[in-house]
Design a protein. Structure first.
Length: 454
């Protein structure tokens, strides 16, 4: 049984982004249950690396069975060690599956771990990292993935080629200071809401459109841009942001607009829009919501400037499509919003966007997504929406509710179709969001501070 507290759930939802050392400490110091780690999808690789004495203690205290551990991906040899059993002796004898030096894979392996892994692969309940480990360890073969799990050669190759898309965590105090005379984009939301994926899809879209120009004075920014946008363009999704608070990307949006006056004369206006894109870790978002100003105060000086702002609150439809968790998330959104208001952030804000991600799960046709997203927010996040409308009246910023999707994903970290030509989500949603940003943000519409020239 897993009795996770709300504070623990924030960690459990992104447990695979933590190191094994941190996971050991969660068990020893913070009373995390092994059952909880398993329930929330701890990878087989990390499960097998947990300290053996901890595993022995937890399996005894929580009465975890051998079958449950094997089903979670633990190696049989480690299960035997936990329960004090001898490993089966290795006998070199005739292999009945061998014919003329060619080993033919059996339909059923007889290994409970492998059979469970095959079933979870068929049901897409296993991560690409676990599949890589299984291939390397010999628990699965390419033939099994093809014949038993029905994966094609292209998907098997993508699994083999997968590389983790995650930045090395650093203290935010070590980040370069935010540059002035730019527009700050804040992406905020609970863990696993889809913030990094949304940013990655925007970056990939801007790069394809030829309007994304990275700033080279901040090397970490270039690295993060390459990881998010480059990985997404190959169909690889980023893991949760592991940083203690924030990572950010500096870039300039370069584009032009053509117009014709009443005399028929055409003109072209060039825009150069410097932008700071701030990806705020969901774990920190949750802590701010729980602890308020005390948690946010030490970051205030870093964020505080006179830059124009655009705020993006990201709601994950996939985990809350019947409103069960709406109260907790709506409250968290309001607390963070009020903290931003107390900081004076809203005084410089041109637009606030409520982005409902995983909108491909909406029970309506594609052309009704926009209206459904608005109804969904009004129904389950009414207090947060009403607070925003009050602040909208006070400060005059624009507010939008928008659906967003990147399409089907598989094995946790792979986008099924990452070609914008065939996946309309990768064209339509980032393009619509980009248009609304330009429509609402004053810096993009007016010649302020010499940001564009005719």
């Amino acid at each position: 049984m897993c009795n996770a507290s709300p504070q623990q759930k924030a960690v459990l939802n992104s447990i695979n982004s933590y190191s094994v050392t941190e996971i050991n400490n969660f068990i020893k110091l913070h009373g995390f249950e092994l059952n909880c780690l398993i329930k929330y999808g701890l990878s087989a690789e990390k499960l097998n690396e947990i300290d053996i004495e901890l595993l022995k203690r937890q399996t005894t205290e929580e009465q975890i069975s051998e079958t449950a551990l094997i089903g979670a991906g633990m190696h049989q040899s480690k299960v035997n060690e936990i329960f004090g059993k001898q490993d089966a002796p290795v006998i070199d004898e005739f292999d009945p599956w061998r014919e003329e030096e060619e080993v033919k894979e059996p339909i059923f392996t007889g290994n409970p771990l492998t059979e469970d892994l095959i079933q979870r692969t068929i049901e897409k309940r296993v991560s690409v990292m676990d599949l890589q480990d299984a291939l390397l360890n010999g628990d699965l073969t390419e033939g099994m993935l093809k014949d038993r799990c029905f994966l094609d050669d292209k998907m098997i190759q993508r699994i083999k080629d997968y590389r983790i898309q995650q930045m090395t965590a650093i203290d935010f105090e070590k980040l370069p200071p935010l540059k002035k005379d730019r527009t700050d984009f804040y992406f905020l939301g609970m863990p696993s809401a889809g913030k990094s994926c949304l940013i990655a899809s925007l970056l990939s879209h801007w790069m394809r459109a030829g309007i994304c120009n990275p700033e080279v004075t901040n090397q970490r920014s270039v690295e993060y841009l390459r990881m998010l946008g480059g990985g997404f363009s190959r169909g690889i999704l980023p893991l949760n942001n592991p940083n203690l608070f924030i990572d950010y990307i500096e870039l300039t949006l370069n584009f032009k607009e053509e117009s014709t006056n009443w005399l028929g004369k055409k003109s072209i206006r060039q825009y150069e829009i410097p932008v700071n894109i701030l990806d705020m870790a969901g774990e920190k978002f949750g802590k701010v919501a729980e602890r308020g100003k005390e948690e946010f105060h030490k970051h205030k000086l870093y964020l505080e400037n006179d830059n124009t702002k655009a705020l993006f609150f990201v709601l994950d439809y996939s985990v809350d499509n019947d409103g069960r968790d709406a109260f907790e998330q709506s409250l968290a959104l309001q607390v963070v919003l009020n903290n931003l208001n107390d900081m004076g952030i809203l005084e410089n804000t041109d637009g606030i966007y409520l982005i409902v991600t995983k909108s491909d799960m909406f029970p309506v046709p594609f052309d009704q997504y926009a209206e459904y997203a608005k109804d969904y927010v009004s129904k389950y996040y009414g207090s947060f929406k009403n607070r925003l409308e009050q602040l909208e009246s006070d400060y005059g910023f624009a507010m939008e509710v928008m659906p967003y999707s990147i399409g089907d994903c598989t094995f946790s970290q792979l986008l099924v179709d990452y070609n914008p030509e065939s996946n309309k989500n990768l064209r339509i949603f980032p393009d619509r969001l980009h248009e609304r940003i330009l429509q609402h943000t004053a810096r993009y519409k007016k010649g302020l501070r010499g940001l564009f020239s005719n």
